[in-house]
Design a binder for this molecule. Structure first.
Ligand code: ADP
Ligand code: MG
Length: 701
């Protein structure tokens, strides 16, 4: 069988050859024609438009001018040596500058002739110049030729060295595109294309690289994005289908005494409507005979713990054990404390297993688990170990699931012959579009309502210079009997520096809040667990007024009496972290505050982050801004997702298209789950190509 066109090695393309092919492989992972076609332009410049020198403004990334060279000279020595040509048009003059190829350019340029100049304007000492512009004698050709949009491609220094700058890449891609002649197989069925008014695959590929108009470019982009999103959704939905076929779930048919007694007698507060709704959703799942894989999203403080507990109680009522796994010892310990409190007048047995659990205690827990006398096990990664064997595990709850890898979660599945039900929880709100792509194979529940009586947290942004005022405010709050967190950033790369920061901060605070009137404690990641625990307890027991800490307190600390969160160097934190930190206060009945301290020097993005925090308490809104700022690639948990398959589609911008693509994928699978129908043959082929070697990977969440 001949090699399909798109699998042709890239060195066979005219203008490429072995050397360039080699560098294309190394720099861009481009091996074949198909790979090269996937190098979509990251933007287009409109060469139909000419500007005048006067119209140039700093926002323009490219500008095209017409004018005459009126002067030309070489200045500077050695590396600063450059050729300057003064271009004049009807509105003024601008310097064109070359640092390389000076001799050649100097010979080529002739004064008095009209040129077309294209380049990136650069502001230097209050004046614009254009370094290394493209320049050509003006002709009918180049004033008209440019009726097309010019594609701009990503490139690297090494590629440029081999002549593959954006223009060079454009050239070889143009060569490739001109060879297309029904060479690319269609990937979507006629029905889908018709329903969503999509142009054919090959036509889209041609026009994404060589668009003849804005209009056709738009169509090409829509088609390609849709296709990307469609196949990611198809993959996720297929995984869900396969999983449901492969594994049946324990049927928890009844809600028994344990649940009912707890609900009737021991629940310390009425559930919010959102909590009730989520418990109902879970009950439907676990009674259905399918294995539950549900994601529970709920902002910090929304009350996920009690939902997790009641879910576990249903497992107990049906003769099963349950466990809850958290990413850190602090968090696991916190869970044990709140769960034990909720269960205090019941006969439910619960234990904690973490890395630091002593051997004797550990052995006892192992035993109780095996014989079934232990109902609920709370812990960290320690739960994953092989010696941790349950008599009959029926329900696994995973908190802050994005901190666990797929393999770790897979281990939990194997803790019973038939996989237990799985409830994963996250307090990091995920924008809908991202959730659909990250967790499109999971069912999602959302607690979108905080327990009553919460007072909103007032958030303000203050500069360093206002520190004294902030200190006074802290004193006033302490006077009222409240406690305060002061948090310093922790950035992996410079642990030393951060520790120094924290220590200095601690000193400043200790001086401003001296003993014996004030008591300050300190917690950071490099402390011994015992010391950390001791300092924490001082704060929990209200023996310390202020806790100075790094982000170790981001998850898990629950001190309702703390009413102020001060975040130092707030500009260095990401949005979701800021939001998590703020969630540490506002848990008691008192009015709470979050003060974001920063220097005056703020990047545009940092400013937007701080403004967002001041404006809203809504975790989902914050997550949307975060997604726009950072892009999906950097968000938690994206590594294992279909996002890597997205070249053009942007989850922050293409949410509408994603909806359509998901609906389309659901429709197709509903009618034809195995993709066997003749009209879906093209979809199936593309699906197989895209998922080569990973088809049998049942995703585990
Ligand atoms: P998170 O979703 O962040 O895990 P928690 O489960 O820790 O939130 O709950 C936060 C606090 O709110 C806890 O102190 C919990 O007891 C309390 N809480 C939970 N649900 C309710 C409710 N329905 N009414 C009142 N308080 C509640
Ligand atoms: Mg929690």
């Amino acid at each position: 069988m001949p090699t399909p066109f798109i699998d042709t090695p890239v060195e066979y393309l005219k203008g490429v050859g072995p050397q360039r092919a080699d560098i294309l492989k190394k720099e861009l992972q481009v091996f074949t024609y198909g790979d090269l076609l996937l190098q979509y332009p990251f933007r287009y410049v409109d060469r139909t438009k000419f500007y005048t020198v006067k119209e140039i403004d700093p926002e323009m990334s490219f500008v095209q001018l017409k004018g005459k060279i009126i002067d030309m000279y070489i200045i500077g020595e050695r590396r600063a040596k450059r050729l300057v040509a003064l271009l004049q048009d009807s509105s003024g003059t601008i310097e064109l500058v070359w640092f390389q190829g000076i001799k050649w350019i100097e010979e080529k340029l002739k004064p008095g002739i009209e040129y077309v100049v294209f380049g990136r304007p650069n502001l230097y000492k209050g004046k614009f110049n254009i370094p290394h512009p493209e320049i050509e004698e003006k002709s009918d050709e180049n004033t008209k030729q440019a009726s097309a949009l010019q594609a701009i491609y990503n490139t690297t220094e090494k590629l440029k060295f081999k002549g593959l700058d954006s223009k060079g890449v454009a050239k070889i891609i143009k060569t490739l595109v001109s060879q297309l002649n029904n060479s690319l197989p269609e990937t979507l069925s006629p029905a889908v294309m018709q329903q969503y008014s999509l142009i054919p695959h090959e036509q889209a590929m041609v026009n994404i690289h060589l668009p003849s108009s804005q209009e056709i470019l738009k169509k090409a982009q829509t088609r390609i994005k849709f296709e990307e999103l469609f196949f990611v959704q198809l993959k996720l939905l297929r995984l869900k289908l396969v999983r449901q076929k492969q594994y049946s779930g324990f049927v928890f048919a009844k809600v028994g005494d344990t649940f009912n007694t707890f609900y009737g007698k021991h629940l310390p507060f009425p559930l919010t409507n959102a909590q009730k709704r989520v418990i109902k959703e879970i009950r439907v799942d676990i009674g259905s005979g399918k294995q539950m894989n549900r994601l529970l999203q709920g902002d910090v403080g929304s009350g996920k713990t009690v939902v997790a507990l009641m879910t576990m109680l249903i497992a107990l009522d049906n003769g099963f054990q349950a466990c809850i796994m958290a990413p850190t010892e602090i968090l696991a310990t916190q869970h044990l404390a709140s769960l034990s409190d909720l269960l205090k007048n019941t006969s439910v047995t619960i234990e904690l297993l973490v890395g630091s659990t002593k051997t004797a205690a550990r052995k006892k827990i192992h035993e109780q688990l095996r014989e079934g006398s232990l109902n609920i096990l709370v812990g960290t990664h320690a739960l994953l170990e092989d010696e941790v064997k349950f008599k009959n595990l029926g329900m696994v709850v995973i908190d802050e699931q994005h901190r666990f890898g797929v393999a770790q979660r897979a281990k939990m599945w194997k803790k019973n012959i038939q996989p237990p039900h799985v409830l994963v929880m996250t307090a990091t709100p995920i924008p809908r579009t991202l959730a659909m792509t990250l967790y499109g194979d999971l069912d999602v529940s959302v607690i979108d309502e905080l327990p009553p009586g919460r007072k909103p947290i007032s958030t303000v942004h203050r500069f360093e210079s206002q520190r004294l005022k902030v200190f006074q405010f802290m004193k006033d709050e302490i006077q009222l009997g409240r406690q305060i967190y002061v948090v310093y950033p922790l950035i992996e790369e410079s642990k030393k520096l951060d520790l120094k920061n924290l220590m200095e901060g601690h000193e400043v605070i200790s001086r401003a809040f001296p003993l014996p009137k004030y008591n300050v404690c300190i917690v950071h990641g490099q402390m011994k667990a015992a010391d950390k625990g001791y300092e924490m307890q001082r704060f929990v027991k209200n023996q310390a007024h202020i806790m100075v800490a790094t982000t170790v307190i981001e998850v898990g600390v629950n001190v309702p009496n703390a009413s102020v969160m001060i975040i130092e160097n707030a500009e260095r934190f990401g949005l979701s972290q800021l939001h998590q930190l703020r969630g540490r206060v506002g848990r008691g009945a008192d009015k709470s505050y979050c003060i974001l301290l920063s220097s005056y020097k703020l990047s545009k993005e940092a400013k937007l982050r701080l403004e967002t925090m001041v404006r809203t308490n809504d975790g989902f809104e914050i997550a949307e801004v975060d997604l726009k700022l950072r892009g999906p690639g950097d968000m938690a948990g994206t590594q294992q997702s279909g996002i890597v398959d997205l070249h053009l589609a942007d989850l922050a911008k293409d949410s509408q298209l994603l909806q359509y693509a998901r609906v389309a994928a659901i429709d197709v699978l509903d009618k034809d789950p195995e993709l066997e129908a003749p009209e879906n043959k093209v979809i199936r082929s593309q699906f197989v190509v895209l998922n080569k070697g990973r088809l049998n990977w049942s995703r585990i969440s």
